[in-house]
Design a protein around this ligand. Structure first.
Ligand code: FE2
Length: 334
């Protein structure tokens, strides 16, 4: 768990972007928008394109003119599958030492020690976990024996013995690169991490779960798989990669997965193929209040939601999703 130099500050803002590191005009624009919000922390939820090589890590995160914005108090990077296509070497060797909590004394970021971490106050815990490490299988064989993106045993031990996630009643926000569920064709559902979490915190304790990997903005209501935790899923994988619309909704999943909102707006065309809006998310925590605001690449606030946590009862409560942008391409399911 990271201790911030801003410990004790009442209100904390965290900018989140996933599947962002494309080093494109779009990722540069998102990086600038995040910088303009002046967040305390910034978190990349994984995927440095295309294979997380040192040149790609450099161009997105390390070069003097790179587009990644480091938060005033800290900046963190999660591990996706794309960094693992080069065995995560540059992610661990080059990127993580440049991230972490900002040390005012040393005037530098202190280094991120692992691919998983927890930010917390007295009411909420934001627990970022690594589904990337076990996301890449053996070439060709992985088409039959699909990677499960399960958490390594070190992470489970850390959750139980250091975070002690099951031993208090603060609200929980889980963040991973890979999705728990999806409503779209040709996308995987990674159930194993949800089952591993259920073994520690129980199946019925609801959490907010933010993920990427799928290049969409998609929000779900309360959902649990047969053996997985109960989660309100938020897919924010629209950070930098072009958003394609070729994968259609599986109609029965709308009810089964409790789909609440998705963004079908057309932003641009590439080679005559329509692409959607990239975006980022602002997570704001003040005492027991938590706010999520989903922005697009034009800095429009698309949708927002507010939560409260009761650290005595363990209950978390949310408002209805508030669609802030009036556009028929924002599909809200009642
Ligand atoms: Fe991914």
């Amino acid at each position: 768990m990271e201790k911030s130099s801003e410990d004790g500050k009442e209100e904390i803002t965290i900018a989140l972007a996933s599947d962002w590191a494309t080093d494109t005009v779009e990722s540069d624009m998102i990086g600038d928008l995040i910088a303009n919000k002046d967040p305390d922390y910034t978190i990349h939820l994984g995927d440095t394109y295309f294979v997380g090589m040192k040149e790609e890590i450099r161009d997105n995160f390390l070069a003097k003119n790179c587009s990644w914005h480091r938060g005033a108090s800290g900046s963190f990077a999660m591990l996706g599958n794309h960094e693992m296509y080069s065995r995560g070497i540059s992610y661990y060797r080059d990127l993580l030492p440049s991230m972490g909590v900002y040390s005012k004394e040393k005037k530098k970021y202190a280094g991120q020690k692992a691919s998983y971490f927890c930010l917390e106050n007295d009411h909420w815990r934001v627990v970022s976990l690594d589904t990337g490490y076990n996301s890449v299988g053996i070439p060709l064989i992985e088409y039959i024996l699909k990677p499960k993106c399960d958490f390594r045993k070190e992470i489970l031990t850390w959750l139980k013995e250091d975070v002690k996630i099951d031993q208090d009643k603060r609200g929980i926000v889980i963040m991973t690169h890979h999705q728990y569920c999806t409503a779209f064709e040709n996308e995987e559902e990674y159930l194993k991490p949800a089952e591993q979490l259920a073994e520690i915190i129980g199946k019925d304790r609801p959490v907010i779960w933010i993920w990427g990997h799928e290049h969409r903005l998609t929000l779900f209501g309360k959902y649990s798989s047969e053996k997985g935790i109960t989660a309100y899923g938020r897919c924010i994988g629209n950070g930098g990669m072009p958003i394609e619309f070729k994968n259609k909704i599986i109609p029965e999943r709308i009810k089964d997965r409790n789909l609440k909102l998705y963004d079908e707006r057309v932003y641009s065309k590439i080679k005559n193929i329509e692409t959607g809006y990239n975006g980022f998310t602002m997570l704001n925590i003040k005492d027991n209040e938590l706010k999520l605001e989903y922005f697009d690449i034009k800095d429009n606030l698309v949708v927002s939601e507010e939560w409260t946590a009761d650290n005595q009862s363990g209950e978390i409560k949310n408002t209805e999703l508030k669609v802030d942008l009036n556009d028929p391409g924002i599909i809200l399911i009642k």
